[in-house]
Each structure stands twice: as structure tokens, then as C-alpha cells.
Design a protein around this ligand. Structure first.
Ligand code: PLP
Length: 287
């Protein structure tokens, strides 16, 4: 029997069901979901799952895509059309499709709703339960691998949207020990009172920016002093200058942090100098 998938108001054959290439679920993991057990054709713990879905949607500021009874109907219709007696139904709601931007679009976005049902064998599961399963222990790194340039960008979207709502362009992320890790989509730098440039060393705590790496080359060229070490927000607030680096911004001076002026509150000479010399150092393609 061919499977049927619900996508945005339509029940489609499995192979034809698709969402937009710029769906924010795909580009930013800007989406939430539920998996509900189906037993004897009935949903298990539907109320709790729907309550959690509502909480998850609210936490990322997405309006419910439809009323609860309408959603309940979609779940049942997907189960019915797929003739699932035992298995699961998967429901995903993303913020919708929009031109790629970390900031949450302010209005006019229709959430994307996808619902699939999958049968599972009760016999197999019961046999497994009769034997029990084994587990292995691994470090909980959710999400401690910031060095991977993954599209799992929901935390970055939340941070940048909060920054925008406070009248700022970027958020600097602070770790549990009070140190600045990096920007939501950039690396963070300061220039100390002694004129030393400071940026956090590359590790799993930050994305090792390409711009950061090229800028480090530029610093050697400019004979500027660099210290790769973590710095605290307090040190940043007392710094002569601050700036961010990213391919989309190159070197961008930071003049205020949490409303407080950095230095004299204007772009500093070091950041502007580095911005000016950056492209003398950076690789440029020949065609
Ligand atoms: N840090 C984070 C978390 C980023 O998302 C980015 C860029 O998107 C950067 C740093 C800067 O990296 P790059 O200089 O390669 O653009």
C-alpha cells in the first residue's frame, strides 16, 4: 500500500510530498515536532502530546497552524489513509518558508505542517521487550559541537531575534563560566587597553571562522599582538575596542554591548584598519 503524507492542507503520495527549499525547518531547524504512538488505530496520550506541541510552538513564537480539533482531524486522517493500526504518527510544524535570514520573519509567514504515519510491528517490539535492550554511555554533547557548521541554528535564530528586539545587530553568547564564546553568527574580538587583540581559541565551543583565521594572518602581517584566550563580558565592557568577524561582515566594529559604550562609543582604529587590510591578505578566486 502506498503511503500518504499530509503537507500544508494536502494529502500527497509519499514520493511527491515536499516542502519549500527555503523552509526554515530545513535551513535553521526552526521547527518543532511530536511523535505519537498509534495503538489499535488510536492515538496514545494525544492530550499530553498536543499540550507539549502548544508549549513548544509558544517557546519559539510560532502561532498554532490550525485549531486543535483541526490538527486532531489531520492526525486521524493520516492514520486512516495509511491504515496504521500499530505504529506512530509524526507531526512537524516549522515556522514556514522565507528567504534565508536568521531573524524570525516578523509577519506573514504560514507555518509548514507535515504529518506522516508509520506502522510498526507489535510482535517485534514485544519480542524485543521480552529480551530487553542494551545501551552504551556517551558524553552528553547536546549541543557542545559548535565547531560544526550545522544548520541546527534555532539557538542562533533565538539569540539574533532577541538582539534585534533589544535594538542590537548581534548577540554575544556567554558560557556557563561567564566567558564570551562568540557571536550568534560571528566570532567575537576585543582590543585591550594595552592594545592586545583577544579572541577565544578555536575549540568545540566556537565555530572556527574562516574570516577569523584570515584575520589572524593579517595580524601577523600588521605585526599586531594577538592572544587567543577566553575573555569575560566584564573585560569586553572595559575594552578599548570590540568587533566581530564573519564572511558576511568581514571585520565589523562593535560600539555598544548591552547598551554600554565600548571605548568612546565609535568604531575604533584597530577594527577599521583590519577591515581595510583584510582583502589584501584574503585569498581571492581567479575567476
Ligand atoms: N561563528 C558562528 C556561530 C557563525 O555562524 C559564523 C558564520 O556564520 C561565524 C562564527 C563566522 O564564520 P566565517 O568567518 O567562516 O563566516
Amino acid at each position: 500500500m502506498s503511503r500518504i503524507v499530509y503537507v500544508n492542507g494536502h494529502y500527497r503520495p509519499y514520493g511527491e510530498a515536499a516542502v519549500h527549499a527555503e523552509d526554515r525547518g530545513f535551513q535553521f531547524a526552526d521547527a518543532v515536532y511530536e511523535v505519537i504512538e498509534v495503538r489499535d488505530g488510536r492515538l496514545v496520550d494525544e492530550t499530553r502530546h498536543m499540550d507539549r506541541l502548544a508549549r513548544s510552538l509558544s517557546a519559539i513564537s510560532v502561532q498554532p497552524p490550525m485549531s486543535r480539533p483541526a490538527l486532531a482531524h489531520v492526525l486521524r486522517e493520516v492514520i486512516r489513509r495509511n491504515r496504521v493500526r500499530h505504529g506512530t504518527v509524526y507531526l512537524q510544524v516549522s515556522r514556514g518558508a522565507a528567504p534565508r535570514d536568521f531573524l524570525f520573519p516578523t509577519a506573514g509567514l504560514q507555518p509548514t505542517v507535515v504529518c506522516l504515519a508509520r506502522a510498526s510491528s507489535q510482535t517485534v517490539l514485544d519480542a524485543r521487550a521480552a529480551e530487553g535492550i542494551s545501551v552504551v554511555s556517551i558524553p552528553d554533547i547536546r549541543w557542545g559541537r559548535c565547531d560544526i557548521k550545522t544548520v541546527m541554528l534555532l539557538p542562533a535564530c533565538l539569540a539574533k531575534t532577541e538582539a534585534r528586539d533589544s535594538g542590537a545587530r548581534e548577540a554575544w553568547l556567554i558560557d556557563a563560566d561567564g566567558f564570551v564564546t562568540e557571536g550568534a553568527s560571528s566570532n567575537a574580538w576585543i582590543v585591550t587597553g594595552k592594545g592586545e587583540l583577544v579572541t577565544r581559541p578555536a575549540s568545540s565551543a566556537i565555530l572556527s571562522g574562516v574570516t577569523r583565521a584570515t584575520l589572524i594572518d593579517a595580524l601577523a602581517h600588521e605585526r599586531m599582538q594577538l592572544a587567543q584566550r577566553p575573555f569575560r563580558l566584564t573585560e569586553a565592557l572595559a575594552a578599548k575596542e570590540a568587533f566581530i568577524t564573519a564572511a558576511s561582515n568581514i571585520v565589523m566594529p562593535v560600539v555598544r554591548i548591552d547598551g554600554a559604550a565600548i571605548g568612546d562609543g565609535r568604531p575604533g582604529p584597530v577594527a577599521l584598519r583590519l577591515r581595510a587590510v583584510f582583502h589584501h591578505i584574503a585569498e581571492r578566486s581567479s575567476h
